[in-house]
Design a protein around this ligand. Structure first.
Ligand SMILES: CC(C)(COP(=O)(O)OP(=O)(O)OC[C@H]1O[C@@H](n2cnc3c(N)ncnc32)[C@H](O)[C@@H]1OP(=O)(O)O)[C@@H](O)C(=O)NCCC(=O)NCCS
Length: 152
């Protein structure tokens, strides 16, 4: 039986399987979580953590999240041994309900332009409106990143 619950900073130890190459980003996340700009949910299976999703309430990029009515979902992942069993969908729906309860009416999520499978999945989850495409220059080779929006 899996359980979805709020994440805490100490949970990142058990989520290290997803953070191996992203130490800098993790530091930023922890800082934002401490400042309450960001929250996250985890999926627990027995004593392991097998998934996570992060909610940004506020971001420098107001098109992503503005601290008023629009939140941004990021780092949505399920451990590869558990993918394709409906767990990710339960997790994102849990996060969407939580965001709605907080009074927010819009949610954004991003995908790289070449990730067709991810885009089809987001579309199925009603992230249908393309707000913009940015070029992610933080990675090499650079990749285009599409931001999608869903109303709640
Ligand atoms: C995308 C992801 C979070 C979905 O979680 P999940 O538990 O596997 O998904 P579910 O079983 O609830 O739903 C399956 C849907 O996810 C999609 N999916 C499954 N495995 C996937 C994978 N490795 N990569 C991308 N999408 C995947 C499928 O298209 C499927 O859609 P369908 O129902 O139309 O067939 C998970 O597969 C994952 O972590 N993938 C790798 C990382 C990633 O691409 N994250 C998203 C960008 S941050």
């Amino acid at each position: 039986m899996i359980r979805i619950r709020k994440g805490e900073v100490k949970d990142f130890e058990k989520l290290s399987w997803g953070w191996k190459n992203s130490k800098k980003i993790l530091e930023k996340y922890i800082e934002a979580i401490k400042k309450r700009k960001q929250e996250f949910f985890v999926v627990e299976d027995k004593n392991n953590l097998i998934g996570e999703i992060h909610i940004f309430w506020k971001d420098k990029d107001k098109q992503k999240a503005n601290g008023k009515n629009r939140a941004y979902l990021s780092t949505f992942r399920i451990h590869e041994d558990f993918q394709g069993k409906g767990i990710g969908t339960k997790l994102i729906e849990h996060a969407l309900n939580y965001i709605k309860k907080k009074g927010y009416t819009q949610v954004t999520i991003g995908s790289y332009k070449d990730e067709n499978k991810t885009q089809r999945y987001y579309n199925k989850l009603y992230f249908k409106r393309k707000i913009k495409t940015d070029t992610d220059k933080s990675i090499k080779p650079q990749r285009d990143f599409i931001l999608f929006l869903r109303e709640l």
